[in-house]
Design a protein around this ligand. Structure first.
Ligand code: EPZ
Length: 417
């Protein structure tokens, strides 16, 4: 098990280009199944979740290879519709393979998905929706055995605007005769990116980014070359790193409006933030003070994926901050490790009460999930003394060698086995 050794405190300076979004690329990778010929995904990010998804697709017989930063996916060699459990169990995103597999191949067998331990992660909305579109799904020995021969268009309302279920059902509908209407869908930028990808392949998806999406069935989709959007959570992580550690950084290749809710909180806290086209510049100031409350929610509210990292920022701000997590039921894993570093955080149900402290002290901590792990790296860089972050494989799922990312902004972190 690898760990990070971090000596703090350190400030950040410099500029960096933000990479491609994990949560946009994963559904687009799954959606490449829908194309009748080659799909090229440009600027593919090097996250372990992406590698896992590629292994699953190769397990179907698809020919996939990487050249420079592009991934080439040839879909006509398919010789299996079984997703191997050893891979599907490691990532949440394996579940939204069901939609494109049923749409294109009319059958799919996948084991229950895995993913960060931030809650129960049920898949009822996915299964209810697919069944409402005529799919048959048998659950046997931890596997979902699905058939899509008699699928039909429909009008559905999701009981919660689930990101993955929205993506799954959108992809499941692309070849269904007539128009499928999905209400109460997720509005994240990654949903819009997937719809753009499908439409550029010749699909007919309207309303992505709003509460209702209309998918009109087409006969086939052609392979294209596509570059997914930049990663708004990596962008937010870097903005929070600068706000927490001090210094000044410039982020390139961003979409600032995707981080509006965070930027508003950082400005309210006393940070100087400037945005222009695909650039965000942030400078932290000593006059930093905590905002009273942060509440996570579905986009465009404050993103749950930045909640743990925001907690690190609030831990060393002046005054109190109340953080309410409304999306996942177990996403305060970072709190006990921050308290071990000298933070003052108490939690009650889905609310964390943070009392800012002047200093954190280095110690040994454990990454409980992807974003908490990134938060602990920042905490280690803020703390006085030495910090070791263990279980850093979680972090590699959503950050391309985070030590290299931080080196670009003048910060040293050592990966040790
Ligand atoms: C996606 O997960 C992201 N992952 C998550 O990012 C992100 O935190 C989440 O959306 C919310 O924005 C990917 O895109 C690969 P949901 P997903 O379905 O689709 C409940 C990261 O750090 N729910 O919107 O799994 C669920 O339990 C990861 O990059 C059901 O009840 O999220 C949760 O409470 C972590 N039944 C809420 O909805 C279902 O069938 C939101 O889940 C599905 C979800």
């Amino acid at each position: 098990m690898q760990s990070f050794f971090i000596h703090g405190p350190q400030e950040v300076y410099g500029s960096i280009e933000v990479g491609t979004s994990k949560n946009a690329t994963l559904p687009i990778l799954a959606g490449s199944i829908l194309a009748k010929d080659r799909v090229v995904i440009e600027n593919i990010p090097a996250f372990s979740d992406i590698d896992m998804m590629v292994r699953i697709l190769k397990g179907f017989g698809l020919k996939i290879f990487k050249r420079k930063n592009n991934l080439y996916i040839h879909t006509y060699h398919k010789n299996s519709t079984i997703a191997e459990e050893k891979y599907t169990k490691q990532i949440r995103s394996s579940i939204f393979l069901l939609g494109p597999m049923l749409a294109k191949w009319k059958e799919a067998t996948i084991a229950y998905p895995g993913g960060c331990n931030i809650g129960a992660r049920p898949i009822d909305i996915h299964l209810e929706g697919l069944r409402a579109l005529g799919a048959t799904i048998d659950e046997k020995d931890g596997y979902l055995i699905c058939k899509g021969d008699h699928m039909h268009h429909g009008e559905l309302t999701l009981k919660f605007p689930s990101v993955g279920a929205t993506e799954n059902l959108m992809m499941a509908s692309v070849f269904l005769e007539g128009t499928t209407i999905l209400h109460n869908v997720a509005k994240e930028p990654e949903i819009v990116d997937l719809a753009n990808f499908i439409n550029q392949m010749g699909g007919k998806v309207i309303g992505a980014g709003t509460d209702t999406i209309y998918i009109t069935g087409v006969k086939e989709l052609k392979g294209i070359t596509y570059r997914p959007i930049p990663d708004r959570i990596v962008t937010g992580t870097l903005l929070l790193a600068c706000a927490t550690l001090g210094g000044k950084i410039t982020l390139h290749h961003c979409i600032p409006e995707h981080n509006e809710s965070l930027i508003a909180k950082l400005i309210e806290s006393g940070c100087h933030v400037k945005t222009e086209n695909d650039i965000i510049e942030i400078e932290s100031t000593k006059k930093r003070k905590n905002v009273a409350s942060v509440v996570t929610g579905v986009y465009p509210a404050f993103p749950t994926d930045l909640q743990s990292i925001y907690m690190v920022f609030a831990s060393t701000g002046k005054g109190k901050c109340q953080i309410t997590e409304t999306i996942f039921e177990n996403r305060f894993g970072i709190a006990k490790y921050l308290n071990a570093m000298g933070a003052k955080i108490s939690t009650n149900g889905n609310t964390a009460f943070v009392q800012g402290v002047k200093k954190l002290k280095g110690t040994q901590v454990v990454a409980t999930d992807l974003r908490a792990g990134a938060g602990l790296v920042i905490a280690g860089l803020k703390a006085e003394g030495d910090t070791t972050v263990q279980h850093i494989h979680h972090i590699d799922r959503g950050y391309e060698k985070i030590e290299d990312i931080f080196r670009m902004i003048s910060v040293g972190i050592t990966r040790q086995s």
